[in-house]
Design a protein around this ligand. Structure first.
Ligand code: SF4
Length: 378
C-alpha cells in the first residue's frame, strides 16, 4: 500500500490499524498529501473545545541522577543556587497565593531519583524522611488537606510500590517516555541518563496502568531519533493504552536547542516534522487528548489545532516553566484568542480528565475534592 491509500482508507472511515512501517511512511508524507493527512487527523477530533489546566509549578528538587544533553533544569547539588529540597511550608504558602489566581493543579516536577545524592538525602533525613517518595507523599497529602489545588506529580522512573503509595494523594501522574529508541542511550541526548532507558520508562507507564493511575506521557522529537523510532515510540504508548486505558494525554514536544547545553547546536525539528507527528498521533489516539506545548511553538501553535491537537497543557498565571525557562508561556487570554480565531472554544480542565473522575481511579477523599473543583471550572 502507498501513503495515499492509507489516507484514502482513513478518509473512507475504514477502521485504522497502523503498523510501525505504515506509521513511518505517514511520518514521511509529502506535498499535498500533508494537507490531507492534517484533515483526516483533525476530523478525528470530536470536540470544539481546546482545554488547559491552570497550574502552579513546584520544582521539588533540581538535583537529578540523569544528565540529558538538552536539559536546562538540572543543577548539581553543590551549586550555590540549587533547590536541594523545596520546603513543604514554602510550597503550601505559594499554593495558597496561586489559588487566589484560580489555580487548581499543583504540578510537582523534579529531578529523577535525587535521593541517590548524599546532600539531598541529608536534607530529607533532617526533615525525618528516608527518601523522596515519602517526602513527596507528605507534601501532596498536605496540598490535598490545606489548599484548593490537586497534586499531579512527575517523578521520573519509580517503582510499582512507589507509584501505589503516591496514587493515594495524586489525581493523576505523568512522565514523558521521550523516545523508545535504545540507540539514543549511546548518543549525546541520553548517554548520561540511565533513567531514559525506554524499557524502564515503559515499565513505569505499564505499572501506572495496572494501578489505574490516569497518566500523561509523550514524546520529545528532534533529539536524534529517526522516523521509524518515532513510530515505535507512539506505538509503544498506544499498546499500553490499549491494554490499560489509562493514558489521558499524549504530549508531542519539539526539542529546542538551549544555550550552554551539550545539544546547543543540534538542529531543531522542522514545522513539517511537528505537523506530521501531531497528525499521526491524533490518528493513533482518537480517544486521548493531544497536547503541543504552546510556549515552545508560540508563533505556530494554531497550526497544530488543525492537526487534531486539543489541549494547551498546564498554564501558570504565576510561575515560569522551569523545564523550558527560555520559552515564556502565552497568557490565557492569548490562548483564548488563538482558539477562538480558528472557531474553537477555550475550556479550563482539571489535571485529571473527566472520564477518570470516578471510584475506579480515585479514592473517596480525592474524588470528593475533584468533584468540588470541577464545579468551579470556568
Ligand atoms: S531532562 Fe529531566 S531527566 Fe534529564 S537531566 Fe534534566 S531533569 Fe533530569
Amino acid at each position: 500500500m502507498t501513503i495515499l491509500s492509507y489516507i484514502e482508507d482513513i478518509e473512507k472511515n475504514e477502521p485504522i490499524k497502523l503498523n510501525q512501517k505504515e506509521i513511518t511512511e505517514l511520518l514521511n508524507t509529502q506535498k499535498q498529501n500533508v494537507l490531507r493527512l492534517m484533515k483526516v487527523a483533525s476530523d478525528r477530533k470530536y470536540t470544539d473545545n481546546i482545554t488547559y489546566s491552570k497550574n502552579m509549578f513546584i520544582p521539588l528538587t533540581e538535583v537529578c541522577r540523569n544528565s540529558c544533553g538538552y536539559c536546562t533544569f538540572k543543577k548539581e547539588s553543590n551549586d550555590p543556587d540549587v533547590i536541594l529540597l523545596k520546603d513543604k511550608d514554602e510550597i503550601i504558602e505559594e499554593l495558597k497565593i496561586s489559588q487566589k489566581y484560580g489555580c487548581k493543579e499543583a504540578l510537582i516536577t523534579f529531578g529523577e531519583q535525587a535521593d541517590e545524592d548524599e546532600l539531598v538525602l541529608k536534607v530529607l533525613n533532617e526533615k525525618g524522611f528516608e527518601n523522596m517518595t515519602d517526602y513527596l507523599h507528605d507534601v501532596c497529602e498536605e496540598i490535598v488537606d490545606k489548599t484548593n489545588l490537586l497534586p499531579h506529580s512527575n517523578c521520573g522512573v519509580i517503582s510499582y510500590n512507589e507509584l501505589k503509595k503516591l496514587k493515594e494523594v495524586n489525581i493523576s501522574m505523568g512522565m514523558m517516555i521521550e523516545s523508545s529508541s535504545h540507540r539514543l542511550m549511546e548518543t549525546i541526548a541520553h548517554k548520561n541518563s540511565p533513567g531514559k532507558n525506554p524499557k524502564l520508562r515503559l515499565e513505569v507507564i505499564s505499572n501506572a496502568g495496572r494501578l489505574n493511575i490516569p497518566y500523561t506521557t509523550g514524546i520529545l522529537i528532534g533529539i536524534g531519533e529517526n522516523k521509524d523510532e518515532i513510530a515505535r515510540s507512539l506505538l509503544d504508548i498506544k499498546n499500553l493504552h490499549s491494554k490499560y486505558g489509562h493514558i489521558q494525554e499524549v504530549i508531542i514536544q519539539n526539542f529546542k536547542s538551549k544555550p550552554r547545553t551539550p545539544m546547543e547546536f543540534h538542529d531543531e525539528p522542522t514545522l513539517l516534522d511537528m505537523i506530521r507527528t501531531v497528525s499521526v498521533a491524533k490518528l493513533l489516539f482518537d480517544d486521548v487528548s493531544i497536547q503541543v506545548p504552546p510556549n515552545l511553538n508560540y508563533h505556530t501553535n494554531q497550526i497544530f489545532l488543525l492537526c487534531g491537537a486539543d489541549d494547551w497543557g498546564g498554564i501558570s498565571p504565576l510561575t515560569k516553566d522551569h523545564v523550558n525557562p527560555y520559552d515564556k508561556w502565552p497568557q490565557i487570554s492569548e490562548l483564548e484568542k488563538f482558539s477562538i480565531e480558528l472557531g474553537f472554544k477555550l475550556k479550563e480542565r482539571l489535571a485529571i480528565y473527566d472520564k477518570y473522575i470516578n471510584e475506579e481511579y480515585l479514592n473517596q477523599k480525592l474524588l470528593s475534592k475533584t468533584e468540588l473543583l470541577k464545579k468551579q471550572l470556568k
